[in-house]
Ligand binder design. Structure first.
Ligand code: PHB
Ligand code: FE
Length: 322
């Protein structure tokens, strides 16, 4: 199912149609229309959400842009929904869902992100570290929106794998992390093992991240993925988990709103300070707030079998019983 796009509107932006959905933007808002309704999202918020959905390949489970619009990943194909996880929309029967091949919805989102992102606005950056998303069409920022995602095969710093970040490679230390030590570990390998041992300073690595709310794989051991990220302002999406996720707060503080994944009913507020560890259940959705740039380790099990194992009762929804 391919998308179609229109000529630019008065504000200079194209509109995009895929299946029963159409997307348009004006100076302040994205407008989403489907056969039984319509919805508006502030354009800066919308672009931050689309940016993450694109960069993460629709991520694990559900990516809610807000309480109405979002995607549900079926790994190969993906649902785009409106009001599906919103009790009021469901009761009023104005909710809508449509399934697309992964590549088709991805192409639509990529084209929209490129056309609607103006020069000087970076949807991955913290609000204080980027320009405005508002106003009539004004250039583009394709370099920012097509950043390569860090996905280590084994670990950052291993020969041939993801490289550590330096001033020279274009990753200066962020303003919030100027106090983070930049020394790298000294490796004293036994003769013959020199190229088999690797180590890197994760805090220094994260202090040089130029993006926010963007977990990237820094080490992988089979399906066990360490996905640390630096956070500032709000997680733009409300993530609906399809598996357990462990959070380790590596610095500063993040506050989380945790809701029932399907109804949005409040479940918990979790305040995580440096050193705190949380296990987020597989049946929740959550959104985080970080008043100061902070470091968070998200530990994922990337196995494609997890959702099926949970459905069959072979894997837990809560990873620990107290
Ligand atoms: C999550 O949904 O678990 C998540 C997503 C992005 C982040 C952190 C956590 O930056
Ligand atoms: Fe999550």
């Amino acid at each position: 199912m391919t998308m179609t796009e229109t000529a630019p509107n008065d504000a200079g932006y194209k509109s995009f149609t895929i299946g029963g959905y159409s997307f348009s933007r004006d100076e302040y808002f994205a407008t989403i229309e489907w056969p039984t309704g319509s919805h508006q999202i502030r354009i800066d918020e919308f672009l931050r959400c689309v940016q993450r959905d694109v960069a993460w390949g629709f991520f694990y489970g559900i990516v809610n842009f807000d309480s109405v619009i979002g995607t549900m990943n079926h790994y190969g194909n993906v649902d785009l929904f409106a009001g599906r996880f919103n009790d009021a929309y469901r009761k009023a029967e104005v909710d809508y869902n449509e399934n697309f091949p992964h590549d088709d919805l991805m192409a639509c989102f990529q084209a929209m992100l490129s056309d609607w992102t103006n020069e000087g606005y970076d949807p991955f950056a913290a609000p204080m570290e980027t320009g405005s998303a508002y106003g009539p069409n004004n250039g583009s920022n394709d370099e920012a929106i097509t950043r390569r995602r860090v996905v280590a095969e084994r670990m950052v710093g291993v020969a041939g794998d993801e490289e550590i970040r330096t001033d020279e490679s274009g990753f200066p230390v962020n303003r919030a992390f100027l106090d983070v030590a930049q020394d790298e570990p000294v490796i004293e390998a036994e003769p013959g093992y020199e190229d088999k041992v690797a180590a890197f300073n994760l805090y220094a690595y994260l202090s040089r991240s130029d993006v926010t709310w963007n977990p990237s794989v820094v080490s992988a051991c089979k399906d066990s993925l360490y996905c640390p990220t630096t956070e500032e302002f709000t997680l733009p999406v409300i993530h609906g988990n399809d598996r357990v996720e462990w959070f380790v707060q590596l610095s500063d503080e993040i506050q989380w709103d945790v809701e029932d994944r399907d109804t949005g009913a409040k479940r918990a507020r979790v305040i995580m300070r440096s050193g705190d560890v949380a296990a987020m259940p597989a049946d929740i959705r959550h959104q985080g707030y970080s008043a100061k740039r902070s470091m968070l380790l998200v530990w994922e099990n990337g196995s494609g079998r997890i959702p099926e194992m949970i459905a069959k009762g072979e894997a837990p929804i809560h990873p620990v019983e107290f």
